[in-house]
Write a protein that binds this ligand. Structure first.
Ligand SMILES: [Zn+2]
Length: 264
């Protein structure tokens, strides 16, 4: 009598046509496992973020974030809290698409960086207002008068010494030639040396492609740091300072051009 392991039918090699099905089924299993692991990780991230919000006395938003842990729920059911791990990524992706559309219509896009340092950890709100006021004045100066339009991703970052904020925008300006020295001098003067200016022709090269903008100009990690990665007093200062601030800025006359680049 044959042993169970020697069963002629059970141990028969899979026909060639079944191999594809087996592969598909194992891919589906792997995909299902990845989905489960992702939802567990997201649940953990939401729970950690909700706990952080409770600890900084924001029980209302903590409740919203906790209820927003299902990434498959429709957008209108989401919490839209800036520090929510799911909603922050959604906002960043949407801003990247809007920025791409604005750049598509530009004639000569140039990527630049404007920074402005706060005086301490707890003056972010005033510093952001000052940044916008001074940047508005700079845009009316001769060195930027030829800018047809501009679009920018707004970010805040803890400075290297951990004692102040680096408020900055990654801006794309529609201008034929940027006089970097003149812009830098005007911005340094306006900000009393608290601000810096840089022209980035190749990081990413927006003249050729803007495929990396979402990981560079509109990334959400600065206003939605990973749960547990920021000390609570700093997290509170950042959360309160950035509340209600626009993360995508646009100015100037919008050009009615045609798409410059093929869609990635
Ligand atoms: Zn959310």
């Amino acid at each position: 009598m044959p042993l169970a392991n020697d069963h002629p039918v059970r141990n028969r090699p899979a026909p060639v046509e079944d191999l594809g099905k087996q592969e598909t089924s194992s891919q589906l299993e792997a995909f299902g496992l990845a989905c489960v692991l992702r939802s567990i990780a997201l649940d953990d991230a939401h729970e950690a973020r909700a706990s952080e919000l409770e600890l900084i006395d924001d029980a209302k938003r903590a409740r919203w974030v906790r209820a927003c842990s299902n990434p498959r729920s429709p957008r209108w059911l989401r919490c839209k809290v800036r520090q929510c791990p799911t909603c922050a990524r959604d906002v960043a992706r949407r801003n990247a698409r809007r920025m791409e559309t604005a750049i598509d219509a530009m004639i000569a896009p140039k990527l630049v960086l404007f920074t402005f340092a706060s005086l301490g950890l707890h003056d972010m709100e005033e510093s952001i207002s000052t940044f916008h006021r001074l940047h508005g004045r700079l845009r009316r100066r001769k060195c930027l008068r030829d800018v047809r339009s501009g679009v920018a991703g707004f970010e805040v970052k803890l400075a290297d010494n951990g004692k102040r904020w680096l408020i900055h925008i990654h801006a794309v300006l529609d201008i034929d030639v940027v006089d970097a020295a003149a812009v830098k001098s005007a911005w340094t003067h306006l900000t009393r040396s608290r601000g810096t200016f840089g022209l980035h022709p190749t990081r990413p090269n927006v003249e050729r492609s803007h495929a990396d903008l979402d990981s560079y100009a509109t990334k959400c990690t600065t206003w939605c740091p990973a749960p547990g990665s920021m000390h609570l007093p700093v997290f509170r200062a950042m959360t309160e300072g950035i509340r209600g601030r626009r993360l995508l800025l646009r100015w100037g006359k919008r050009s009615e051009g045609t798409a410059r680049y093929p869609r990635a």
